[in-house]
Design a protein around this ligand. Structure first.
Ligand code: FMN
Length: 443
């Protein structure tokens, strides 16, 4: 494993030249990828390079970016769109802010390269309007790029045109979901849509649309500049390149560390790189994937960070937030807090998600209050499969991860609360005076 410090590809490290201005970005080799691509390479060649680089979507689902682009490219339609997902649904994630504020031109170059590859002439950068500094930074960079003929009409003197519109919205967690973004750009209520058809076929205004995470797009200039093989030389067999992570210690209100690590780095290596060298005995768990992530015990700290191994363990890439829980955490209470938060963030379109997550939180509140009965565990299991199966989008699919991992890795915490009416760590405060009625029939 090469030293992490030498592997940053999208983040700017402390002490590195500031590339926020066009001149500085160009001095660092910026926009040479766009010039080479647009003058010397076919769109199909770029798509193939992105596939060979094993670039998988950084927004969570982990699909091969080049394959998504090929679908858009092959659609017979003269109007296509790019949406750069620069939202960061999880309020504790810092990747988008870091990229917009400190490396806006690399994001713009990635968007234009994607547009050239799929044949789009209009792009939207969809962000949160609370990212004041990030929005200002990317607007400044866009003005410079427009003036230098890197965006807009007849880019670099060719016949290729692409405009970029910046849209800032704030509707909470669901604003990060792709079909919600399409609805919001169209001025509709932000709720997810049934798929298929996928946005790559029928997206914005029913036209083929490539929606990509901002981090995915920021990696594209690196691939075109240094080649697919060089890009894939970092990472794993399945996933090329690096991942930006926001890592939290368990000390309340501590500042997170925003770092970039190669895929395949173990969770332990990630913690070390973030500067958290705590003994395992200080920790209850490491939560991987942010608000919808799963909690893993310290015995799994040697798990490599990649889509499949994380999923096998019960966690996800998700919002790329990694956080530590201290050894005195009661995992029933932790799962309850998570479920309560997610119950508020559910958009409510799908009944299983709207009511199911709330119900999970309610049953956990009962257990935390020592009002639980053993039948509660079966009902929780039912909800853990009923919510994902009945939800249109990934929110409901991932919402029970906290419950599932807490129950799987710490069954003793549930047992102690239910059988002995005691918190395993002596930290729980009753939150309910009455039991939730758990006997019911699920549809
Ligand atoms: C509830 C929810 C929130 C999401 N939030 C984000 C987000 O903040 N950023 C993001 O890039 N993708 C997010 N996604 C995934 C997007 O819907 C979409 O899959 C992604 O932007 C595709 O880009 P990629 O292929 O580059 O990963 C979210 C999905 C769901 C279900």
């Amino acid at each position: 494993m090469p030293e992490f410090e030498t592997t940053y590809r999208v983040l700017r490290r402390r002490g590195e030249p500031d590339v926020r201005s066009l001149d500085a970005y160009r001095r660092a080799g910026g926009y040479t990828a766009l010039e080479t691509a647009i003058r010397e390479q076919t769109p199909e060649r770029i798509i193939q390079q992105v596939i060979d680089a094993k670039l998988r979507g950084r927004g969570g689902a982990g699909r091969l970016t080049g394959e998504k682009w090929r679908i858009v490219r092959n659609m017979e339609d003269n109007q296509k769109y790019i949406i750069c997902n620069a939202y960061d649904a999880d309020p504790r994630a810092w990747a988008v802010r870091s990229l917009l504020e400190r490396n806006p031109h690399q994001v713009i170059e990635g968007i234009i390269l994607a547009a050239y590859a799929v044949g789009a002439s209009e792009a939207y950068l969809f962000t949160r309007n609370i990212y004041l500094e990030g929005v200002a930074s990317v607007q400044r960079a866009l003005n410079e790029a427009l003036e230098a003929n890197l965006v807009g009409r007849d880019i670099l003197g060719t016949e290729f045109n692409c405009t970029i519109n910046v849209i800032g919205v704030d509707i909470g967690f669901m604003g990060g979901e792709e079909t919600v973004q399409i609805a919001l750009i169209k001025g509709r209520r932000g709720m997810p849509e049934q798929r298929p058809p996928f946005p790559a076929q029928y997206g914005l205004w029913d036209k083929p649309t490539a929606i990509n995470c901002i981090e995915t797009l920021a990696n594209v200039p690196v691939i075109v500049r240094s080649g697919a093989a060089e890009f894939a030389s970092l990472g794993t067999e399945m996933t090329g390149g690096t991942k930006v992570l926001t890592v939290y210690d368990y000390v309340p209100d501590s500042e997170p560390k925003v770092i970039e690590v190669p895929f395949g780095a173990t969770l332990r290596e990630i913690l070390r790189h973030a500067g958290y060298n705590r003994p395992d005995s200080d920790l209850r768990a490491i939560v991987v994937g942010g608000a919808e992530g799963g909690a893993l015990p310290t015995s799994l700290l040697d798990t490599p960070y990649d889509y499949d191994p994380l999923e096998e363990a019960g966690a996800i890439v998700g919002s790329s937030v990694v956080e530590l829980l201290p050894a005195n955490t009661c995992m029933v209470a932790w799962a309850m807090d998570r479920s309560n938060y997610l119950a508020i963030e559910s958009c409510g379109k799908c009944v299983p998600c709207r009511l199911g997550v709330k119900r999970i939180a309610g049953i956990l509140e009962g257990i935390v209050s020592d009002l639980g009965v053993s039948g509660d565990l079966d009902v929780l299991d039912e909800f853990a499969s009923y919510v994902p199966n009945g939800s249109l989008c990934g929110f409901g699919v991932q919402a029970p991860n906290a419950l599932k991992t807490a129950k799987h890795y710490w069954p003793d915490h549930f047992q102690m609360h239910i059988e002995e009416q005691q918190c395993p760590t002596g930290t729980c405060i009753p939150v309910r005076a009455h039991r939730f009625v758990t006997k019911h029939v699920l549809p």
